[in-house]
Design a protein around this ligand. Structure first.
Ligand code: ADP
Ligand code: ZN
Length: 737
């Protein structure tokens, strides 16, 4: 049967064309091929190989293979198929995500430098003459004779050097092109570290991983260790164990740009293996990414540290995948394929029979539930490894403050303000958090703290300003905006919000003479802005660091003794069933930032609902208490982890058409709705307009992920949508719009 290949053409157009495969050419998915394109030669990557449609004579033949080895390993192809069947994303889109554009494209290539090596050693006699008549040539020969590797000509007087020319003309030396690595961390000095002697809890955790490494069918391990319990040390020693067994390791970090310290710790420990570590993240240049990826594929790199897409690293002999901060939403990809890297780590481990270690101080409920179901093994670490104590956490009732200060925008309570003053006086440092997401979206009464919720779904209703109404983002229930608070009858029920920008202005006024820096998505757009600010903070050039949750994790500043959360309600009353979980995580992580060194730490949380469970459990560092009550709520209202959830989104520059499309889909989804699936009503997205497009969405929930995604795919495939409406679906969605 003649075969055809779908080829993703190199270049920015991202076109896919089908070509017939010449008889006998071993073309497989992932192979690089040469093809004719508009009568010109071009190159591309094979996404799929299929039987050539009968009677289709129009297909042109592809020319040949660029490289007989495909760019993706057979195991990764299986992972790609899994993603296709689970998320319903076409295989070609999945494979596209597997291979970075810089690898697929022709524009980036290996960087080379001219180098010289001995071709034919001069005789004693020739050498002696040279020593007298051509000192420079003699010196070069001496250098090259002593070298074990070719020496770049830049170190020998440059490519234009007459001596080099003469030597090569006489046949003594040969000039070659040497591949040089663009090392993202070149020039950084790293002091090697020795492994710590593990404490008992750490030793137990390491043993669980060691067992897993030699097991035939290892279960994923959840390492639930409080901040500072020494999880990173366990990762380091577990990595060593895998290497000792001749196996390779992938380490995933949620946002690698935020974790330069973690990367450095790996480099420091595996210093002698420096060229065995590869990094993969979006802050690399195209060239660096190209080099790092090729070092992985060639088998040179044995430890990969990367952000979520590093889960696709074409690494062979995989022994262990570590997912640090496994609860982080950053592991969820927001473009198709909308995969979750932690979940893929578990799948990849099953496919490649390797160990997987998920670490967190605040595990996600999904993962924690899997330990309850005995699908994952649970290991706990409850003590700080460096002997520090957990900081004292205080909760300040902002209802009282807002009455006291009579002002709107009471951003600092007296207590927090005094505490900041004290630290500044002692030359200690302060971190302040302000979670800007959720800004002005739910209606919360400042005087009493009451937030208006949906009776059916236990989440706050979202305020849609344009239509002046309240909408539930889970089920679609709508309500009018009340004139006074239903609870305390105060007419001030209108969210008075402020973001980091305004907070910065106020802080600058309050703490004159001190340096305040702000870190959020706006201030970190410039390359290295984040790194530079963190460096200055570490060097104590900055006194107060104000930031969104982007700085909540992983940072380690011994001189920070006070952490303030300006408004915990912003995340707590976000219109999302995970709001309580996120708030608990945020507060716990934030608390972990204080008192990392010898100095005692203090955390002050400002809120209008001081008795809410997420805040109280976080304050008492009570994870078990928190999950017990949170799982109860999730079960009662059929939320994950008891169901899977899919978000269907229609967007268009035509408002009516987007809305109508989603309504049509809603009707069709309703017919033959699989058993147990709950279908929400279509609603305008919280982000009603984005990039001048109108957005409408609906949510589905069901016990089985595949049943859900199959049903959606079936309906989407069978329902033609207007050309200017784009419909996307997101299984296991994190961002609910
Ligand atoms: P986590 O990753 O859980 O937040 P870390 O691995 O960063 O914790 O450890 C917290 C601190 O304790 C670090 O400064 C680390 O160097 C130190 N540490 C870790 N393990 C040990 C140990 N076994 N003995 C002494 N200090 C340790
Ligand atoms: Zn509802």
């Amino acid at each position: 049967m003649p075969l055809s290949a779908s080829v993703l053409i190199d270049g920015p157009s991202e076109l896919v064309f089908d070509y017939a495969i010449p008889d006998g050419l071993p073309v497989r998915p992932g192979c690089r091929v040469r093809i004719p394109l508009r009568n010109r030669p071009a190159t591309g990557t094979v996404l799929r190989v299929a039987e050539k449609p009968q009677g289709d004579f129009a297909l042109r033949y592809l020319t040949d293979l660029v490289d007989p080895e495909p760019l993706v390993t057979p195991e990764l192809l299986k992972l790609a198929e899994w993603i296709t069947s689970y998320y319903g994303t076409p295989l070609e889109q999945v494979i596209r995500a597997f291979i970075p554009a810089s690898i697929r494209g022709e524009k980036t290539s290996a960087k080379t430098a001219r180098a010289a090596l001995i071709e034919k050693a001069p005789t004693e006699e020739e050498l002696a003459t040279m020593a007298k008549r051509a000192k420079r040539q003699h010196a070069i020969i001496e250098l090259l004779t002593g070298a074990t590797e070719p020496i770049p000509v830049a170190q020998l007087g440059g490519s234009a050097s007459a001596s080099l020319k003469a030597l090569s003309e006489k046949g003594f030396i040969k000039l070659i092109d040497l591949e040089v690595r663009r090392d993202p961390d070149a020039g950084e000095t790293i002091i090697p570290t020795e492994p710590f002697t593990l404490n008992n809890e750490q030793a137990e955790a390491l043993e669980a991983v060691s067992d897993s490494l030699i097991s035939e069918k290892p279960d994923p391990i959840l390492l639930h260790g409080i901040t500072g319990s020494g999880k990173t040390e366990v990762y380091l020693q577990a990595t060593q164990k895998a290497l000792d067994l001749g196996k390779n390791v992938i380490i995933l970090l949620p946002e690698i740009a935020l974790a330069p310290q973690t990367v450095r710790r790996f480099k420091a420990r595996f210093n002698q293996l420096d060229d065995k570590i590869a990094v993969q993240h979006s802050h690399l240049s195209q060239g660096e990414r190209f080099d790092e990826w090729n070092r992985i594929r060639s088998g040179e790199a044995r430890i990969i540290i990367g952000a979520r897409s590093a889960i696709f690293a074409p690494l062979r002999d995989l022994g262990l995948i570590i997912v640090d901060e496994e609860h982080e939403p950053a592991y969820k990809q927001d473009n198709p394929p909308k995969y979750h890297a932690r979940d893929l780590a578990v799948v990849r481990c099953r496919l490649e029979k390797c160990a997987v270690l998920l670490g967190s101080a605040t595990p996600s409920l999904e993962t924690y539930n899997n330990t309850l179901l005995k699908k994952y093994q649970l290991v706990k670490m409850t003590q700080r490894a460096d002997g520090a104590t957990l900081p004292l956490t205080r909760v300040v009732d902002m209802r009282i403050e807002s009455r006291k200060q009579k002002g709107r925008d009471a951003i600092l309570s007296d207590r927090l303000r005094t505490a900041i003053d004290e630290r500044l006086e002692k030359s200690e440092q302060v971190i302040l958090f302000l979670n800007r997401r959720g800004f002005a979206r739910s209606l919360q009464c400042p005087p009493c703290g009451h937030a208006i919720e949906c009776n059916h779904c236990a989440i706050p209703l979202t305020y849609h300003r344009s239509e002046e109404r309240l909408v539930c983002h889970i089920c679609g229930h709508q309500a009018v905006v009340p004139r006074v608070c239903p609870e305390c009858k105060d007419p001030a029920i209108r969210f008075q919000g402020y973001g980091t920008e305004k907070a910065e202005i106020i802080l600058n006024k309050l703490f004159k003479g001190y340096k305040i820096a702000r870190l959020d998505t706006d201030t970190t757009r410039r390359k290295n802005a984040l790194r530079d600010t963190l460096r200055d903070f570490k060097a104590k050039k900055i006194h107060i660091l104000l930031g969104t949750q982007m700085i909540a994790k992983g940072l380690d500043f011994p001189n920070v003794t006070l952490v303030g959360v300006l408004n915990a309600d912003l995340s707590l009353y976000a219109p999302d069933f995970r709001a309580g979980e996120r708030t608990f995580q945020l507060l716990t992580q934030v608390a972990g930032r204080a008192g990392r060194g010898d100095l005692a730490g203090e955390v002050i949380i400002q809120t209008s609902t001081p008795h809410s469970p997420s805040i109280q459990f976080a304050r008492h560092h009570d994870f078990d208490g928190f999950v017990t009550q949170e799982l109860e709520m999730r079960k009662q209202f059929s939320y994950p982890p008891y169901t899977h959830l899919a978000l269907l989104l229609a967007r268009s520059s035509h408002e009516r058409r987007a809305e109508f499309t989603l309504e049509t889909l809603h009707l069709k989804l309703k017919e033959n709705l699989p058993e147990g699936v709950i279908l929400g009503d279509p609603i305008p997205s919280p982000l009603t307009r984005s990039h001048s497009q109108f957005r409408f969405q609906l949510l589905l929930r069901g016990p089985n992920a595949r049943v859900l995604s199959r049903h959606i795919k079936k309906i989407l495939d069978a329902t033609p949508t207007p050309e200017d409406v784009i419909v996307t679906s997101d299984l296991d969605a994190y961002d609910l719009g």
